[in-house]
Design a protein around this ligand. Structure first.
Ligand code: SAM
Length: 288
């Protein structure tokens, strides 16, 4: 039985390449990578002579599946690496994993660096429960919905961001979550200029945006938050789009935001996109 290996590589410090990663990359019949030049340099640094490299990036991952399955079927193992960090985490990998599992192959990993995990653990916020949000949708309703969910989230939240969008994203998070929400912004993790700034959204200053960023947000506190009507409407639409009744959506959003059930129910009814399935009084549970 052949194995598809997801091999984590350094996010900045070459010393973080695990000995087992070297072992696996040296032994497989094919290494799938986002950029052959970049991975070539890493392999050279580690003294690895890979048998064969193939490009597998966000555009080509799907097309690479047949190749990978053919190598696995021939009895050789295949490794997947990304430019940095853990494959499959905001990087290619997920589709190959699905295809290999479906074809009956073993899937395993050489675990290692991931910017999200490192940032959560050094943030100072609760790390027992956290949600990985990756990159926010760039714009439109998808972004607004995601921001509204984050505003009501009771677990620590981790986001990735590029330097040219960090200020915009922090401004949007401030609008959605309020200026008091705690935030830790880490950049250049494991590199020479590694830095983590811990502040509130209203006071954070990331300076001259440079390098790669991870944003870690504190969870919303247990007391009711002051979610705006727009935030409540976004959450209601999302709950209803996922199949909840008006009443259930109102209950969920009220619980998530701390806004009064009766008010939330009224906003749900006012949305006017769907029929009300009862009145606050009929619903019985909609007491304030
Ligand atoms: N698979 C990678 C991982 O495991 O972390 C993430 C790949 S994603 C395409 C790239 C994003 O990860 C960057 O835009 C940044 O948000 C974050 N990132 C990667 N390396 C980082 C570092 N050294 N310091 C801070 N953030 C980093």
């Amino acid at each position: 039985m052949s194995t598809l290996w997801l091999v984590a590589t350094p996010i900045g410090n070459l010393g973080d390449l695990a000995p087992r990663a070297v072992e696996v990359l040296s032994s497989v019949g094919l290494v799938c990578c986002e950029d052959t030049r970049r991975t070539g340099k890493l392999l050279q640094h580690a003294g690895i002579r890979a048998e064969r490299l193939a490009v597998c990036n966000e555009h080509t991952e799907y097309e690479r599946i047949d190749d990978v399955l053919a190598v696995l079927a021939s009895g050789r193992d295949v490794a997947v690496v990304s430019d940095a960090g853990t494959p499959g985490i905001s990087d290619p990998g997920e589709r190959l994993v699905g295809a290999a599992i479906e074809a009956g192959h073993t899937v395993s990993a050489v675990p290692g660096p991931a910017a999200a995990t490192m940032a959560v653990t050094i943030s100072g916020f609760p790390s027992g429960r956290y949600v990985y949000e990756g990159f926010l949708p760039r714009k439109g309703r998808d972004r607004a919905t995601r921001l509204a969910e984050i505003a009501a989230e009771r677990r620590t939240i981790v986001l990735y961001e590029a330097p040219h969008r960090i200020e915009r994203t922090l401004a949007d998070l401030t609008e959605a979550c309020g200026p008091e929400r705690g935030v830790a912004v880490s950049r250049e993790l494991t590199k020479l200029h590694e830095e983590t700034v811990r502040a509130s959204l209203g006071t954070i200053d990331v300076g001259d945006p440079r390098g790669e960023y991870v944003i870690v947000l504190a969870p919303v506190e247990d007391q009711p938050i002051d979610a705006s009507d727009d935030t409540v409407r976004s959450l209601l639409r999302e709950a209803i789009d996922s199949g909840a009744s008006t009443k259930d959506a109102a209950t969920q959003v009220s619980d998530g935001t701390g806004r009064r059930r009766r008010e939330v129910y009224q906003l749900a009814v006012d949305l006017g996109q769907f029929p009300a399935d009862g009145t606050p009084d009929d619903a019985g549970t909609l007491s304030t």
